[in-house]
Design a binder for this molecule. Sequence first.
Ligand SMILES: [Zn+2]
Length: 323
Amino acid sequence: MADRNMQALEQFEQLAHNLEKVAPLAYVWHPAKPAVASPKPIGVTLQAATHGNEVGGIDVLNSFLRLLQSGIIQPPFSMGFAIGNPAGVKANRRFTERDLNRSFGQTAASQEEEKRARALEPLLEKTSLFVDFHQTIEPSHRPFFIFPYTKGSFDFAAALHDQIPIVTHWGLGFSKDGMCSDEYVNHRGGTGITIELGQKGFDAYHSGVGLQVALAAVQYAVGLFTGAPEKRSAPDPELYTWRAVIPYEEGMTLREGLVNFQAVSTGDPVGIHRGQTLRAPVDGWMLFPKYPRDPLAPPPKELYRIIKRIRPDDLGKDGVINR
Ligand SMILES: [Zn+2]
């Protein structure tokens, strides 16, 4: 596994060899003749492996770079490409010292991921539109977009694919713990979103979906920057937000086989705690079920979430769970 991760990183370096290096494993590509002015110096930045073992996104970046290097695609603005957490990729772990995706927008620079966040922030600050390619720990019935709600992020995600659902949430200020990558881009005046491609690992379907999304991001950017945004093909995107967050207590164990986007009904048995059956408190769809698979990882803060379907009119309104 780690060998494959190293190969993917080496391919990334080779494919980016003639780009401007802005940090280790972070590059900016410039067009010969920039034909479209983006609001910030970099029109679109694609990032992968912000969590080191979510390596599927590296393949997406490599596929995109191959098309770029062969001239098959010619974006009319500069583009950024970054491997989020190379140390995590090499170790095939989510992170080595702390979660990179809770490390942006701070000043600390002693731990590995704090240093990496400081190294990537200048690139993210200069970025107009940002897509972070993640993967889930457990399998997922479908890929999905997930990000803190802003109108810009919502419009961006809704334009990228008409069959990938959007999970979004709002009502909570920025965490003192440190921001996610997409949050940080938003905070700096850009527009950031995250996509979960499916379960972590190299996967041809994830590469395909990810590449579609990356190409659509370029197309969307051209429309946005030239003042002629394309009409969304899905005026009513499939939209979800939190319905319940089930906190983890010591000894809680989910039954095997729960996956992301699995439908659950109130009362369904989902696990066990101190000899009692744990049951789903509400109807909806399961998100982020946690199993103790990594003996080195600290216990999770939450056991799983349940999401509910909403309509675009509900976005930003009261009555949702914040975290
Ligand atoms: Zn992730």
